[in-house]
Design a protein around this ligand. Structure first.
Ligand code: PLP
Length: 290
């Protein structure tokens, strides 16, 4: 990035130009992927589902015994200051919290007085008018070879990155991960299908998947729209034969899935229920954004 487009980022208490932002080479996030993260989307300069994202950050940090010495109000102020300094209208704020650096490499956790590392940066992106939201995406299935605590939002994203590259090589836009014949989730989103008897199905929460903040919001919306809802696992074949499929995440909202491993879902075009839920989610998010 040139001088003019340098972002202002946040590192451990300071707002600095991205070029000047530094973290120790001994940081456990870098050496051991010992860290957690959150991505909150921004619409009209305001944060979507912020309390949900911060609630999950607290749970992720607690599950790994990483200190989080900032309260929600302070974290909101940092997010807002970054949005202001970067004049962000639409996009995301990325937050990463690591166990920090003990000044050397060691598997054991450092002393409790080691300062965690907190880094935040903004990403400008057109979310509402994304082509994937309008036209839908094609997914390719990959084995779910991640670790067994997927309910914790850690920065160990090598396997999701590999799965996305394999999906791209197969001519698809994203990967769906499969374990024991059942779809767990997308490489960076939760999965949904609409059955022919008009029931919305999404996998139940467990350590097998991330409890998506968008998933929770869309479940509430589905209830207001009087849609039948079922939380259970489904197979690739069942999804391929469903009336509709879609994925949810903070940065993609509700995005239709139009093909799975080359098999068209429904008539191979974005479904009506996905379209309605996407519109309702965007409207509700704009209304409730902080
Ligand atoms: N599942 C995984 C593996 C993810 O990485 C994400 C988001 O990055 C999600 C689900 C969706 O979560 P959210 O709606 O909170 O963005």
């Amino acid at each position: 990035m040139d001088e003019m487009t340098q972002r202002t980022v946040y590192v451990n208490g300071d707002y600095v130009a991205e070029r000047d932002a530094t973290v120790s080479i001994f940081d456990r996030g870098f050496l051991l992927a010992d860290g957690v993260y959150e991505v909150s989307s921004v619409l009209g300069g305001k944060l979507v589902d912020f309390p949900g994202h911060m609630g999950r950050l607290k749970r992720s940090a607690a599950a790994l015994e990483i200190a989080l010495p900032w309260d929600e109000e302070t974290l909101l102020a940092i997010h807002r200051e970054l949005i202001r300094r970067n004049a962000l209208d639409e996009g995301m704020v990325y937050l990463q919290l690591t166990r920090g650096s003990a000044g050397d490499r060691d598997f054991h956790y450092p002393d409790a007085d080691t300062q965690p590392t907190l880094v935040l940066f903004t990403q400008a992106k057109s979310l509402v008018d994304a082509r994937s939201g309008r036209e839908g995406i094609r997914v390719a299935t990959q084995p779910d070879w991640r670790w067994a605590r997927r309910d914790i939002k850690t920065v160990q994203l090598l396997y999701p990155a590999m799965a996305k590259m394999a999906a791209k090589a197969a001519g698809a836009d994203d990967a769906w991960l499969v374990e024991d014949g059942m779809v767990t989730e997308g490489a960076s989103n939760n999965v949904w299908m609409l059955t022919h008897d008009a029931t919305l199905v999404t996998r139940e929460l467990s350590s097998a998947i991330l409890p998506g903040i968008t998933r929770a919001a869309v479940m509430t919306l589905a209830e207001t729209l009087a849609l039948q809802l079922e939380e259970r696992a489904f197979s690739v074949e069942e999804a391929q034969q469903a009336r509709e499929c879609f994925v949810t995440s903070a940065s993609s909202f509700v995005t239709p899935v139009i093909a799975i491993d080359g098999v068209p879902v429904g008539d191979g075009r974005p479904g009506e229920v996905a379209r309605r839920l996407r519109a309702a989610y965007i409207e509700e998010s704009r209304r409730r954004a902080l």
